[in-house]
Design a protein. Structure first.
Length: 243
C-alpha cells in the first residue's frame, strides 16, 4: 500500500509540474504562448528551416501517397493516387514554379508563388513565433468543443481580416483544428519528431482526404533536381499536328 501511495504521489507531482508549465489564459496571446511551448518552445521552432513529410492518404480505391517538402527557399509536393496525380515545385527566391495535374502542366504566376510562400510561413509557426513580422494579430473567440475536446478559438488577423481560425486543446494546447480559405483541417496523433523536442500531428483530416504521416524530418537537404519542369506532353502533340 505504501508503494502505491508513493507512486501516486510521484504521479501527482509530475502532473502538477506539467500543468504549471502553461500560463493562465486571459488573452489570445496567452493561448498562443502556451501553444508554442507545447509544440517545443520558441527556440526549437525557430531553428526549423525546412520540413519534409511522407505519408499515405485516403483508403480503398482512393488510397495514395504524398510527399511534401517546404522551406523559405523551396516548396515541393507530390501526390499520387489511383484517381489522380499532382506535382508542384517552387523556387521561392527565383520566383519560379510549376504545377502538374495529371498530364496538364502550367507555370505558376508570381501571386501564386507569393501565396505559397505565405502558407509556408504559417506552416512553420512563423505567424505564431513572430506575428509582427507577418502583420498578424490575435483575437480570442468563443470557446468551442471539437470531437469532445474543449478548445480555445483564436482568429489570426491580417489586414483587418481573419486569415485563419485555430482551435487549441485547453489541456494540451495542441492545435487540433485550423480553418483557412474555407478549408477545415483536423489534427491528431501528436508525437515528438525524433529527438528534436518538437511535437507534430501525424494525422490530418480534411475535405480533400485524410493523411497519415509515416515520416517527418526537419532541416533535411532538398534535391534541387525536383525543381526541373516536366516536359509538357501537349507540346509534343502540337508539334506532331504541325508536322
Amino acid at each position: 500500500m505504501n508503494k502505491i501511495i508513493a507512486v501516486l504521489a510521484v504521479f501527482f507531482v509530475i502532473f502538477s509540474a506539467i500543468s504549471q508549465d502553461f500560463k493562465p489564459v486571459n488573452t489570445a496571446q496567452d493561448v498562443v504562448d502556451n501553444y508554442i511551448q507545447a509544440s517545443g518552445g520558441k527556440d526549437a521552432l525557430a531553428s526549423v528551416e525546412s520540413i519534409s513529410m511522407k505519408g499515405n492518404m485516403g483508403d480503398g480505391e482512393q488510397k495514395g501517397t504524398i510527399v511534401i517538402y517546404f522551406s523559405k527557399k523551396y516548396v515541393y509536393m507530390d501526390i499520387n493516387t489511383a484517381q489522380f496525380s499532382m506535382q508542384q515545385a517552387i523556387d521561392v527566391g527565383k520566383k519560379k514554379g510549376w504545377m502538374k495535374f495529371g498530364s496538364m502542366i502550367k507555370d505558376l504566376k508570381e501571386e501564386e508563388i507569393e501565396k505559397n510562400s505565405k502558407n509556408v510561413e504559417g506552416s512553420m509557426w512563423g505567424n505564431f513565433i513572430d506575428p509582427q513580422k507577418n502583420g498578424i494579430t490575435f483575437e480570442m473567440l468563443q470557446n468551442e468543443t471539437i470531437d469532445g475536446i474543449e478548445c480555445y478559438v483564436i482568429d489570426l488577423i491580417r489586414d483587418s481580416l481573419a486569415a485563419s481560425t485555430s482551435y487549441f486543446d485547453m489541456k494540451t494546447f495542441n492545435k487540433v483544428r485550423e480553418i483557412k480559405g474555407g478549408m477545415t483541417n483536423d489534427f491528431s496523433d501528436f508525437r515528438l519528431v525524433g529527438s528534436t523536442g518538437i511535437t507534430m500531428p501525424y494525422s490530418i483530416k480534411s475535405m480533400t482526404g485524410d493523411v497519415v504521416m509515416t515520416e517527418i524530418k526537419f532541416n533535411s537537404k532538398f534535391d534541387k533536381k525536383l525543381l526541373t519542369r516536366p516536359k509538357d506532353d501537349s507540346e509534343d502533340t502540337k508539334k506532331e499536328e504541325k508536322d
